[in-house]
Design a protein around this ligand. Sequence first.
Ligand code: ZN
Length: 429
Amino acid sequence: MALKAVRKDIYFDDAETRPVNARHLYLERKLCQTIKHAYKHAPSARAIMDKAGVKPSHICTIKSLVKLPITRKSDIIELQKTKPPYGGFLTIPAEKVERVFISPGPTYKPIHSASIKWFTQSFWAAGFRRGDIVLNTFTYHLSPAGILFHEALRHCGATVVVTGTGNTEIQLQTMRDLKVNGFVGTPSFLTTLIKKAEEMSLNFRNDFALERAWFTGEMLSPSVRKTLEEDYGIDTRQAYTVTEPGGAIAYECAQKSGMHISDDYVLEIVDPASGKQLKPGEVGEIVVTPIHNKAWGLIRFGTGDLSSYTTEHCPCGRTSHRLTGILGRTGDTIKVRGVFVVAQQVDEAILSSGAVSRYQLAVTRADQRDELTLKAEMKDETLDRQKLMNDLNEKFQSVCRVKIDRIEFLKSGTLPENHQRIADERKWD
Ligand SMILES: [Zn+2]
């Protein structure tokens, strides 16, 4: 079914469509300035570079970033304990800090106003404009989310209804009273609101004015997206946001085929084991260096999220590279014969045909080689096993880029309810 609204003025600014080479030069110029600024003003950034034996002038290309170590959330927590309150990453005088955000850890993150635009492109790409009335269901306290999204929506011209989380009945009444047409929150909260409305015998599609939704903080599964778009006529977009570097690192356009990487970051996809920068299509950890935050000298922040990127042309006209989606956390992944196998990709490969109800993928070691065994419970025992085996093998190889060595079919109910889907049974002796 057709969506209720389609926007014509699609770009936030000319930078979104600049030539690929011009963007690359821009990013490297900003990177160079950022590194110099951080070295000069942030004691911890300087200590990291000194320890690595690197001068700021050595880091003026994206490739040269590998000379520096990755800084993780755990490092920031430790540094903020030893060098309170900002861990030696503050690059402006403390009295110029406009506000402080707290994220779990706790970590304290100083912000000044120049950072507010960071989310605007993502809301613009999702179609938010003047005249829209948008429910912002992210929390406004003890988290940066609520107020930063609020300001970005204002920057697009939209009117924001400040609701925060919870209170589903009040949210629903507000949506009807104010004819709210935009939603900002998580897919699960929007689903909860719709369910609640239906419990109250309302027809969500007819009794509410909701046209578009912007999600972050949680995976939007293809099935939930399909339901929201086809059954309820809501145009959905996702953005990839991370608190520590602060902002929408990547965001979807109308194509909904990967997330465009924001020009406010230098983004690398890095092999978590070797630290090597990976090429398009290769899965690794997202590592970001914010290049627009003058207050915060954080360089090479390791997000712990796994993705890959594509340099393919996007029909929307934006020229930035795209993240192909968040495939999991570095913990949900194993390396098999040199290739990262990510839980979500395995799910896609094994479960998408609908023939397998439950599975376990086990990695063992034989003759100095990793061996992959798939144990699969068939939904329908009368299916042609040889054909299913071939299909599974082919799909697995195309999605995960390694071959399964053995497939064993199990009777339905053999694997326990909370079994480990990926089991690393290798013995390294
Ligand atoms: Zn696009």
